[in-house]
Design a protein around this ligand. Structure first.
Ligand code: COA
Length: 322
């Protein structure tokens, strides 16, 4: 009997500190008008001294565990998407594993930058379907503002911090069963230079800062995201009209609008949080998902598509029956 990964619950966490565009304009040569017009971002949450990615991840995870109504000891797999681990090693996933009091199963980080949650979800889904685990905690968590060069106004206004998580359980697949219907992942390393961090353990022995060719990234995003959504729909014999909700990676409101337009999807079906959270990289999809589930927009039985593109370039989509 084939297995399907069912999503039992979701959760999220945002650092308490909020920084508005006007706050930023006090120390960066920018303005609320410019940021709002180009990106749709109005504010972002930011970690403070001593607040770690693992702290955000753990809080989102506990929130998801409660929402799913499972015993924490049921979890036998943790996959955590992050580009801002607490340390180069061990993985932040193993730290969260210990913090949750788990000593069985296995835990790993996945690095695909803004596609990190997509990649983590697809990785967990594969382990569940091949019976290597039964209950997975999938997290996207970032303290991305730690990678920002506050002298570079073309990047520092775009990002924020946060975490989101989902609980997956392998269940027997039936025609009606909900869960992850498909995942599609892609990468193309030829474009590694247009969105990258200029440091790392083996290159500079420093952490480095985000560097980005914004216009080029924008162009690739709209094309790749529309394509990978169409790929998911075709693989499931569905059309864009069948989708109830798009829960996209939240990079920029103009990318969300451009992708919806290319797909001919009603913009009201797109879950938007970029105005409040900015781009939280691997955390943005589970943060948006959790918001739309908890405020009642996403209901059991709805058809969702999640999609993301990030540095690498990496991109992907997952079709989910909620
Ligand atoms: N505040 C004020 N002015 C700014 C600014 C800021 N924060 N950042 C750049 N500018 C200025 C530039 O210096 C430039 O001025 P100039 O015309 O005098 O040279 C002008 O604004 C236009 O800059 P440009 O880079 O052409 O803007 P843009 O329309 O491409 O918008 C982005 C910039 C970054 C918002 C846009 O390219 C984008 O969203 N790209 C995708 C980024 C992304 O989402 N990356 C993550 C993907 S996971």
């Amino acid at each position: 009997m084939a297995l399907r990964s069912r999503i039992l619950g979701c959760g999220s966490y945002l650092p308490e500190k909020i920084v508005t565009n006007d706050d930023l304009a006090k120390f960066v040569d920018t303005s609320d008008d410019w940021i709002t017009a180009r990106t749709g971002i109005k504010q972002r949450h930011m970690v403070t001294d001593g607040e770690l990615t693992s702290d955000l991840a753990r809080k989102a995870a506990l929130n998801a565990i409660e929402h799913a109504g499972i015993d924490v000891q049921d979890i036998d797999l943790i996959v955590l998407g992050t580009t801002t681990p607490d340390n180069t090693f061990p993985s932040t996933a193993t730290k969260v594993q210990a913090q949750l009091g788990l000593t069985h199963g296995f835990a790993m980080d996945v690095q695909a930058v803004c596609s990190g949650f997509m990649y983590a979800l697809a990785t967990a889904d594969s382990f569940l379907k091949t019976k290597q685990a039964k209950t997975a905690l999938v997290i996207g968590a970032e303290s991305f503002t730690r990678l920002l060069d506050w002298e570079d106004r073309t990047t520092c206004v775009l990002f924020g911090d946060g975490a989101g998580a989902v609980i997956l359980r392998a269940e027997e697949e039936t025609a009606e069963s909900s869960g992850i219907l498909s995942t599609h992942l892609h990468s193309d390393g030829r474009y590694q230079d247009i969105l990258m961090v200029d440091g790392g353990p083996s290159s500079t022995q420093t952490t480095g800062y985000v560097r980005m060719a914004g216009k080029e990234v924008f162009r690739h995003a709209v094309v790749n995201l529309a394509e990978v959504v169409k790929e998911a729909l075709a693989a499931n014999d569905l059309t864009a009209d069948d989708i109830d909700w798009i829960v996209p990676h939240q990079a920029n409101k103009r990318i969300l609008d451009g992708t919806a337009k290319k797909l001919k999807v009603d913009p009201n079906k797109v879950v938007v949080t970029v105005d409040k959270h900015a781009n939280t990289s691997a955390a943005s999809i589970p943060l948006a998902l959790d918001e739309a589930v908890r405020d009642g927009r996403i209901k059991r039985g709805d058809l969702l598509i999640i999609e993301a593109m990030g540095g690498g370039l990496t991109w992907g989509s997952a079709l989910i029956r909620w």
